[in-house]
Design a protein around this ligand. Structure first.
Ligand SMILES: Nc1nc(O)c(N)c(N[C@@H]2O[C@H](COP(=O)(O)O)[C@@H](O)[C@H]2O)n1
Length: 222
């Protein structure tokens, strides 16, 4: 495989999909429990803030801020018996940017994890959302992923470097192959290790949980 083919393959596979908060990279979901402070108030999650802004300046705003869970805030925000502000369609992307930016600025852990994704495409992967997410099949607009990548690429310390695990990039080579002790294999693993050890503890944890090695790469536990 020449270098150009390899780069092309890597860029096709450098995708991180997130959705559930208890799964790898779940901190990128607005439902993840990272409180944010905006307008001198603490919002339990970025979802609480986003949903409450549908009713900014009314009694509903505070009711949503106090919702017991982000899911409950989302339900309340989508309840059309409440008076949705008239300009919502025009302002919603800006409000989402503000909410996500606040989470990234106020939580070093999330910032480190975001920075660790290098130039990966970030996708909110769900069939439940064709605007903020990918609609489950890639037809959605993935606006949340786009906002995250835009913020990431402007962050201080951003670098596009990201290494996929060696078993993905060189899947044709058996783990015990001589390939890993010479030339491209050795070189790749050396650079991957150098990059990986520079990541924060939390970023390593997300990477390890997302990229589970195939069985033949696991060490026997005897
Ligand atoms: N967990 C979850 N369930 C859904 O049904 C969803 N649509 C999403 N996506 C998130 O929902 C928020 C926006 O919702 P609305 O614009 O009020 O429909 C936003 O945080 C999406 O990332 N998540």
């Amino acid at each position: 495989m020449d270098q150009e083919q390899e780069l092309h393959m890597n860029s096709e596979q450098k995708v991180i999909k997130f959705y559930e908060t208890n799964k790898p990279y779940g901190c990128f979901s607005n439902f993840a429990k990272y409180p944010i402070e905006i307008q001198d108030k603490v919002w339990p999650t970025s979802e609480h803030y986003f949903q409450a802004m549908k009713f900014a300046g009314t009694e509903h705003e505070e009711q949503l801020r106090l919702a017991p869970t982000p899911m409950e805030a989302a339900k309340m925000g989508r309840d059309r018996t409440r008076p949705l502000r008239e300009d919502w369609e025009n302002v919603k992307v800006g409000i989402m940017q503000e909410a996500v930016m606040s989470k990234i600025e106020q939580h070093q852990t999330v910032r480190d994890i975001l920075l660790s994704t290098g130039d990966c495409l970030l996708i909110e992967h769900t069939k439940n959302d064709a605007f903020w997410g990918d609609n489950g099949d890639g037809t959605g607009a993935n606006k949340l992923g786009l906002i995250l990548m835009q913020i990431r690429n402007d962050l201080e310390g951003y670098s596009p470097v990201f290494f996929l695990p060696q078993w993905i990039v060189y899947s044709e080579h058996h783990p015990y192959s001589m390939f890993w002790r010479m030339s491209a294999g050795e070189n790749y693993v050396m650079h991957l290790a150098e990059w990986y050890y520079g990541l924060s503890k939390e970023a390593k944890r997300e990477y390890d949980a997302y990229y589970i090695p195939p069985d033949e790469w696991k060490l026997d536990e005897e």
